[in-house]
Ligand binder design. Sequence first.
Ligand code: HEC
Length: 93
Amino acid sequence: MKKLLGILLFASATVSLPGYADDVTGKTLLTQACQQCHDNSMYSRSNSILQSYPELQARVEFCENASKVHWGDAQINQVIEYLNDTYYKFPKP
Ligand code: HEC
């Protein structure tokens, strides 16, 4: 019982850290939906087509549409955050 309580406390602590939770969800979404055409090495290629945060947002929206997964804005934003935190590190406008 004590162990269960510990797990529950840990789980609620995790969801109360929005940045971390977004990145975990963003990574899961990316793995599920975005590897039909390219793998994650696309996001660290040296000849990236992206120069800024708005371009990253536009590209994720374009690719989300192409992958036909029908995400909502919240999911699209989680993936944009995850990609920016992990790969691109563009300053946010
Ligand atoms: C229908 C095929 C397809 C799917 C599905 C797809 N992509 Fe793409 N994506 C591409 C292609 C093709 C490019 C390269 C475009 C170019 O070089 O002009 C690309 C490029 C990108 C880039 C830019 C990489 C860079 O730095 O140059 C990002 C970011 C990206 N995709 C994100 C995603 C995300 C997020 C998803 C899932 C929602 C996704 N893609 C699903 C086809 C796809």
